[in-house]
Write a protein that binds this ligand. Structure first.
Ligand SMILES: [Zn+2]
Length: 393
């Protein structure tokens, strides 16, 4: 959101405002980090980004705006006076010579030239709207920030991520560091409502009975009829109702993993290790399908729980399982479409891996199963077969 706001501001609005700026504004516009005062060249830089020697003296003397310069040197500003005034105030070295002062003055000429006479009257206060400055994140101008760079900045940030308060989730370890980038990638393949519920679960933000025990008369026991307090782990995993819904999918999926599929696996994909065979045969598809299964089952269990809690429905495992099937079919079909559109890398290989995997799972395949995956999977990836594939799909 802020990226969009700043981008629109910087590319569309700021220029118009600068053009209409009054003389007063020009006199009080800061020039050091000003994106309108940039050096020419293939990669224009603001004055402060160029590290001109003279700037360190300007900073020391608090000379940020034309008004500050005029106050020191009078109007009009000349290189000789500026050099003299700076040196009188302790500046030294070649960088404050008349020649270098002249270079500096010509750098901010676009700001100085329109100021032919000093406007009389009150000037703006020293605190100037910071929106006139360049917005720089980790060395990138805001205009140069693409979504990929933004993500990179977040995931490679040097500061330690704070520990999640997940004690009551029933997961022993904190999630792996790459959870961010991995879930962003995986969540592209599921509906946002599912991704949202997973996020709330991972951050312990679901209000189950366990968290309502301090409220008088709150329903805190499992809604499936167990006589235990409803914790997140119980609702989604340890409850027999939940185990029943999972079993159909996890007994098949477990075959492809050397690591046991446990509660932590479901929440964070913690320590998940595919078998050598599964890695080769299904690759990326295996994780996408597992991700689809986990978010769909989680959300179906959650909505069903809410239906019991708030709408007086009775626990109904058959209905939940049917809904899980329908939603997984829907997601798998959507993922199949994505592979046809070649929106992901090596899509034809992914497609043949997915084809192989879906034959093992209780999924309604989104393609006619003629028993020969090569018909679907091995079209030469260089040719543009999108049209024919779509027709077939
Ligand atoms: Zn239960």
């Amino acid at each position: 959101f802020w990226h969009d706001v700043l981008f629109v501001w910087n590319t569309k609005l700021r220029k118009r405002i600068v053009r209409n700026a009054s003389m007063f504004d020009k006199v009080t516009t800061p020039f050091l980090d000003n994106v309108d005062i940039r050096t020419s060249g293939s990669k224009p830089k603001t004055l402060s980004a160029r590290h001109l020697g003279i700037i360190k003296f300007l900073l020391r003397l608090h000379l940020y705006r034309p008004a500050d310069l005029f106050e020191l040197c009078g109007h009009p500003l000349t290189a000789a006076i500026l050099s003299r005034e700076l040196r009188q105030r302790g500046a030294s070295g070649r960088v404050t010579s008349e020649g270098f002062c002249q270079t500096f003055i010509s750098e901010i000429a676009s700001l100085l030239q329109p100021i032919t006479t000093l406007p009389t009257g009150p000037q703006q206060p020293l605190i100037y709207p910071c929106a006139f400055h360049a917005w720089v994140f980790d060395g990138y101008d805001i205009e140069d920030l693409s979504v990929a760079i933004l993500r990179g900045l977040i995931t490679t940030t040097k500061t330690e991520a704070p520990k999640l308060p997940i004690h009551s989730l029933g997961v022993e370890k904190n999630p792996p560091k790459d959870i961010w980038s991995r879930d962003i990638k995986m969540n592209k393949h599921v509906l946002p409502v599912n991704a949202d519920l997973l996020y709330r679960l991972q951050h312990n933000a679901l209000y189950v009975g366990f968290r309502l025990q301090h409220v008088d008369g709150a329903a805190t026991l499992c809604h499936h009829g167990c006589d235990v307090v409803e914790t997140v782990a119980h609702l989604f995993w340890y409850c027999e109702f939940a185990a029943d819904v999972w079993s159909e999918w996890l007994t098949v999926l477990q075959r492809y993993f050397d690591s046991p599929i446990e509660w932590g696996t479901i929440v964070y994909f913690m320590d998940i290790v595919p078998t050598e065979h599964a890695k080769n045969a299904f690759g990326y598809s295996l994780f996408v399908i597992f991700h689809i299964v986990r978010v769909v089952v989680l959300r179906c269990l959650w909505t069903h729980r809410n239906d019991i809690r708030f709408h007086g429905e009775k626990p109904n495992a058959i209905a939940v399982k049917a809904r899980v099937h329908a939603l997984i079919d829907l997601h798998v079909a959507a993922f199949w479409e994505v592979t046809l559109l070649k929106a992901i890398r090596q899509s034809s290989r992914v497609r043949s891996q997915l084809h192989a995997l879906l034959r093992e799972l209780p999924v309604t395949a989104p393609f006619e199963d003629d028993g020969d995956p090569s018909n679907h999977g091995t079209e030469e990836p260089t040719q543009d077969t999108t049209g024919t594939n779509l027709a077939r799909g």
